[in-house]
Design a protein around this ligand. Structure first.
Ligand code: NDP
Length: 346
């Protein structure tokens, strides 16, 4: 449908019409109607503030900024400079020694985080972690000491995790983002024979450990009162069952993470702490390599299980984690973001 709004210049101002949909017609756009609309437009910054209660601390962005701009002023893009930027922010990432945790920790650092603390089990960081730190310091033209740090800890130890959160809070005076990525997968095991100990081991890391990590960061976010963003790494296995793979403990644990996300999001929303989860599909990391490399036929099989016809790379989570950790997602909480190559769509 073509909507016409008459203007004082006697022209039509067209909404929702593409110029190429009107053959032979010359489209003329005037900014005069915009100037008249700003007084009552719902996109005007003051109206937005009155209605939604907040504006970004750096002022209006997007269409609101355009409506508020003085004629002739030089606009600057804010999307990557402000909304997606983590400049000055502090983050902690469990499982940050390798795999998805390391990849996401690096993304947060690249997005400008002032300090990223990677928490993982080994006493000393891996060669991969050390190379990433060294690469970041070359990229940023300054030593990454203090801005990309490693802490050895077991996410199953609640007291230890809370203490780590507190130490980071004391050092940095803030806590803005947390990614809970530490997780384990155990071998294919018949659900009717599944040993209690093995089931408990998986839940201890994938459920309790995720909760203790989120608590460690969330307590500091609440302490400093700046809000924050917690990202729990679930899996598509929390919503679907991986065909032909008997992973009952893993699947159960990831479903728990999805509900933990919604539950924490609802409790912490009033404190401006957002909680979301990311559910990756099959991504080629140490975890999956341990399972797939001895059974190479499975690589083809799993690749065929999604419409893109391949496994995912860890770097394909950089964008989504940065989006969730940053102001670009300030109205997103309690959500699960599926990154599966479309596996869940089939
Ligand atoms: P990796 O095994 O490569 O990385 C997991 C990391 O978690 C390891 O560094 C591991 O340390 C650490 N970790 C394990 N237990 C503990 C613990 N008790 N305390 C602290 N750290 C611990 O796995 P991925 O990178 O592939 O997986 C990361 C997350 O993403 C997991 O939660 C996983 O379930 C999830 N995921 C992964 C998918 C994939 O296809 N790769 C798909 C969907 C979800 P250590 O090496 O010493 O054991």
């Amino acid at each position: 449908m073509l909507l016409r709004q008459p203007t004082s210049l006697g022209r039509s101002f067209l909404y929702g019409a593409r110029a190429d949909a009107l053959p032979g017609r010359v489209m003329r756009f005037s900014t005069a109607p915009v100037a008249r609309m700003t007084g009552k437009s719902p996109m005007q910054a003051e109206k937005q503030r009155q209605t939604t209660g907040v504006l970004p601390p750096y002022g209006p962005v997007g269409a609101s900024a355009a409506l508020a701009a003085k004629p002739g002023s030089q606009p600057k893009s804010t999307l990557f400079e402000h909304e997606f930027s983590l400049k000055g922010k502090v983050a902690m990432v469990s499982g940050g020694n390798r795999g998805l945790g390391l990849e996401m920790a690096m993304a947060l650092a690249e997005a400008g985080a002032r300090a990223v603390y990677c928490v993982d089990l080994p006493k000393n960081p891996s060669g991969e972690w050390t190379k990433v730190k060294e690469y970041l310091s070359r990229m940023q033209g300054r030593p990454a000491d203090g801005s990309f740090e490693y802490i050895s800890a077991d996410v199953r130890n609640q007291e230890e995790m809370w203490k780590i959160g507190e130490t980071i809070g004391n050092n940095e005076g803030r806590m803005d983002a947390c990614v809970a990525a530490a997780g384990i997968l155990r071998d294919h095991t018949d659900c009717l024979e599944y040993p209690a100990r093995q089931f408990q081991d998986v839940l201890d890391v994938n459920v309790n450990g995720v909760l203790f990590t989120a608590q460690a960061a969330g307590r500091q976010m609440a302490r400093f009162g700046n809000g924050g963003s917690i990202v729990l790494i679930a899996s598509m296995s929390g919503s679907i069952t991986n065909k032909d793979h008997a992973w009952i403990s893993y699947n159960t644990s990831k479903s728990a993470v999805l509900q933990m996300t919604r539950s924490m999001a609802c409790e912490l929303g009033p404190r401006r702490i957002r909680v979301n989860s990311i559910s990756p599909g099959y991504i080629y990391t140490h975890m999956t390599a341990a399972y797939l490399d001895p059974q190479p036929h499975l690589i083809d099989e799993l690749s065929r299980s999604n419409p893109l016809g391949r496994l995912g790379r860890p770097d394909e989570l950089r964008g989504v984690v940065t989006w969730l950790a940053s102001d670009a997602s300030t109205f997103c909480t309690g959500s699960d973001i599926l990154v599966t190559g479309g596996h869940h769509a089939w």
